[in-house]
Design a protein around this ligand. Structure first.
Ligand code: SAM
Ligand code: SF4
Length: 468
């Protein structure tokens, strides 16, 4: 395991050296080279960090990130929603509403029947991809999560079914990861929260999560269990973002070295106020720095999906989509049973359905889709790679020479066409179909373009779940 652990003193040294000796021409060279989409490691990322603040340099950084984003992901933006299963938690994370010390919080977990209902609500909103969330507790162990995954996949409504279930639950054993794998997990996401050991100890005073090593080696155990799509993240605000961004890059590099494939995704949550949480981040990240983080990560790990959540305001999300974000949650409820709450409008402030944190983008999916279209993006609900076995190393083999485009564009078109047929108001339908036609014309391979056209016609005629 040792080789997967990030050498944080070394990262600190590299960062301090670059900040004190800031070399703008070396930093510019890194940014220019990164347009080749080969990525870079912690030393080069630190050079960029050392040169930030000069408006001209920052502009070039954002331009390069936007160009890499466009080359690799085109106009696509994948949407998903979180589903909170349980807010019981044995941990006491200072920043979280679900912490064990929050005695006013009503604790709850969803039964299979309730999971089925929440899933049906999410399907009726237009979602096809979910991210399961839960606290860590003996009452809601891995068996309950695997039961939930199976229950979710089995829900079939007139809007189809959930096709990919990603999971964000506490670090666990290889044996438990095997159970998740056999239940059909998509990506396993786990955030280190902070890579700084002392800061980590401060905010995780007790409970199993207080074990820094258990947390940082979790992705290795997931790989050992055969889960080959894993996601990293930190909670920005707990420590200096510059250190955290470098550690994310280092962690990604180490996973790739050890397992032959880096992380499938990196999430960039920023701390948000929450009920029962007095924690005030000493290292709050400004909007400007937040966008810089995204640009640096996009250039450093070009083939890794970058995920943004509804913790962020619509205006920041729109900017982030342009410079690197490839996946976004939308219309999220962050409490247990939250989608039922939406329907009945009975949210209570500290009830079980109260969110884990305050969201900043409360728009319904239809509005998020409409604004993405306005910004020239193609919303996607694609789950094809995972279902065709294009995961882990196989995914990267296709992604790196950009062959993944041959699948992604058509699949994005087809999943968005389904969405438009089933959910869109007439004006959005017209605009969406126009974007689809434009994107279809950009499918380079003539045979694939033709196949996509036929599949699109089948969808318009009522067929669903057509993918390559
Ligand atoms: N309980 C598991 C864990 O801690 O790894 C899994 C999911 S937890 C529900 C998801 C993530 O929410 C945490 O990893 C943390 O980064 C984030 N989070 C917790 N409190 C937050 C807050 N106040 N603002 C923003 N994000 C928060
Ligand atoms: Fe529990 Fe996760 Fe919240 Fe920590 S972040 S208190 S582990 S739910």
């Amino acid at each position: 395991m040792k080789e997967s652990i990030v050498d944080t003193p070394r990262v600190s040294e590299i960062l301090s050296a670059c900040i004190s000796s800031g070399d703008p021409s070396a930093a510019s060279a890194v940014v220019e080279r990164a347009r080749d989409k080969k990525g870079f490691g912690v030393e080069d990322a630190a050079k960029i960090i050392g040169a930030l603040g000069d408006p001209d340099f920052d502009r070039r950084l954002f331009e390069a990130a936007a160009s890499v984003k466009k080359d690799i992901y085109g106009e696509r933006l994948v949407f998903f929603a979180p589903l909170y299963l349980s807010n019981r938690c044995a941990n006491d994370c200072a920043y979280c509403n679900f912490k064990s010390a929050h005695s006013a919080l009503k604790r709850a977990d969803l039964s299979v029947e309730e999971i089925t209902r929440e899933t049906a609500s999410l399907l009726s909103m237009g979602h096809k991809r979910l991210l399961l969330e839960s606290g860590e507790s003996p009452e809601f162990g891995v068996e309950r999560v695997t039961e939930a995954i199976r229950a979710i996949y089995s829900v079939k409504t007139r809007f189809g079914s959930i096709r990919r279930v990603n999971v964000n639950i506490a670090a666990t054993s290889t044996e438990n990861y095997r159970k998740l794998k056999s239940a059909g997990i998509g990506t396993y996401q786990l955030f280190q929260e902070t890579y700084h050991p002392a800061a980590y100890a401060d905010v995780h005073p007790r409970g199993p999560k207080s074990d820094y090593i258990r947390q940082i080696t979790a992705h290795d155990r997931a790989f050992e269990a055969g889960i080959d799509d894993v996601g990293l993240g930190v909670l920005f605000g707990l420590y200096d973002w510059r250190f955290e961004a470098l550690c994310l890059i280092e962690h990604a590099t180490r996973l790739e070295k050890k397992h032959g494939v880096g992380p499938h995704t990196i999430s960039v949550p920023r701390f948000r106020p929450a009920d029962g949480v007095e924690y005030a981040p000493r290292y709050a990240v400004s909007d400007e720095d937040f966008l810089r983080i995204i640009a640096i990560l996009r250039l450093a790990v070009p083939y890794t999906g970058l995920i943004i959540s509804t913790r962020e305001r619509p205006d920041i999300r729109a900017k982030a989509f342009g410079i690197g974000i490839s996946q976004a949650s939308a219309a999220s409820a962050t409490g247990v049973g939250g989608y039922g709450v939406r329907a009945s409008g009975t949210a209570k402030s500290v009830g079980a359905k109260a969110g884990q944190f305050a969201v900043s983008d409360e728009r319904p999916l239809a509005d998020v889709v409409a604004s993405a279209l306005k910004d020239g993006l193609l919303p996607s609900f694609c789950t094809a790679c995972y279902r065709r076995g294009r995961t882990g190393e196989k995914f990267m083999e296709l992604a790196k020479p950009a062959e993944i485009h041959n699948f992604c564009r058509p699949n994005a078109i087809l999943t968005f066409a389904e969405y438009l047929e089933d959910f869109a108001a007439p004006a959005v339908y017209r605009k969406g179909m126009a974007v689809i036609e434009k994107t279809l014309a950009a499918v380079e391979d003539a045979a694939m373009r033709q196949n996509t056209r036929s599949a699109l016609d089948r969808i318009k005629n009522g067929e669903r779940d057509v993918y390559f």
